[in-house]
Design a binder for this molecule. Structure first.
Ligand code: 15L
Length: 277
């Protein structure tokens, strides 16, 4: 089923019930609209209030660190798109609760409720301490650039364990910069359009044999640091490119100071945040 996937198209893929966590976050709000056509019921969740249920939706509030709530959240779902958790660098405790304990609770709930596929929002910050003059593949060792990146590396490792031990398939999406358009020159390399985000998530849900895989979430940008060759079985083919924004961003940011680690490492600004204690 890895045919070309057009955003918004009703393909052969149709789930009975999909769960989207983090539905109130930036990408969650976007995916909430976009996943709906692919399922009979979209269960959406967050730990804070989100927009009420529309037709074909169920809203369930649950904190990721609440093990019992997570267990009931995953009941009767075919697959999970896990966008929940802390999505930026910051103090350790919230990251510990949402991204580390939360990931454990999610996978334990998946095991107990017999959910067999998860699309896990990881991040490019798992490998943010590679340099911008390196092109890395999905099997290169992790080099997190932040506590946040470390927590996502934990989620990737945990999901690997749940695949090897219990057969729960996961795609770890090392999402680049998914915004309506790239905001700075770094994002010319890391940008993932919303349409390509949808293509990526649907490809991961639709591919017949997913296994456990890492895939960089990035559009078809001319400059790239990430090689997804090892994840070709997912069938993700990005269509968009950051090139249309290049002139504007180069004009806005004409010089790059290579003495600044922000411009040397793939993780950009994340590499010099903290410490927080
Ligand atoms: C991320 O992981 C963040 O969630 C997002 O806010 C962006 O900062 C992105 O990485 C990025 O690297 O641009």
């Amino acid at each position: 089923m890895s045919q070309a996937i057009e955003p918004g198209s009703l393909t052969a893929i149709r789930f009975r019930r999909l769960l989207l966590t983090g539905a109130g976050g930036g990408l969650g709000v976007e995916l909430r609209k976009r996943l709906k056509p692919y399922c009979e019921t979209l269960r959406v969740s967050d730990h804070v209030d989100i927009a009420p249920a529309a037709a074909g939706e169920e809203v369930k509030l649950a904190a990721l660190q609440d093990r019992a709530a997570m267990r009931s959240l995953l009941a009767n779902v075919d697959a999970v798109v896990h966008m929940g958790g802390v999505s930026v660098e910051g103090p350790f405790d919230p990251i510990l609760q949402a991204n580390i304990e939360g990931a454990y609770n999610l996978y334990e709930a998946a095991r107990i409720q017999k959910v067999k596929r998860v699309v896990f929002a990881s991040s490019n910050h798992v490998t943010g301490f590679y340099r911008q003059d390196e092109v890395i593949g999905i099997d290169d060792p992790v080099r997190p650039d932040s506590l946040y990146g470390v927590s996502k590396a934990f989620g990737e490792s945990l999901s690997r364990f749940y695949f090897d031990r219990y057969g729960i398939e996961t795609a770890c999406l090392r999402i680049g910069s998914s915004f309506p358009e790239p905001k700075d020159r770094r994002m010319l390399a890391t940008w993932l359009s919303y349409d390509d985000l949808e293509r990526l998530v649907i490809a991961c849900l639709a591919t017949p044999v997913l296994g456990h895989t890492i895939v960089y979430g990035v559009s078809d940008n001319p400059v790239t640091w990430w090689d997804n060759t090892g994840a070709r079985h997912v069938g993700f083919v990005p269509h968009d490119s950051s090139d249309q924004f290049r002139a504007k961003l180069e004009q806005r940011q004409p010089g790059i100071d290579l003495a600044d680690p922000v411009h040397v490492y793939q993780g950009g600004g994340f590499v010099r945040q903290g410490p927080f204690e």
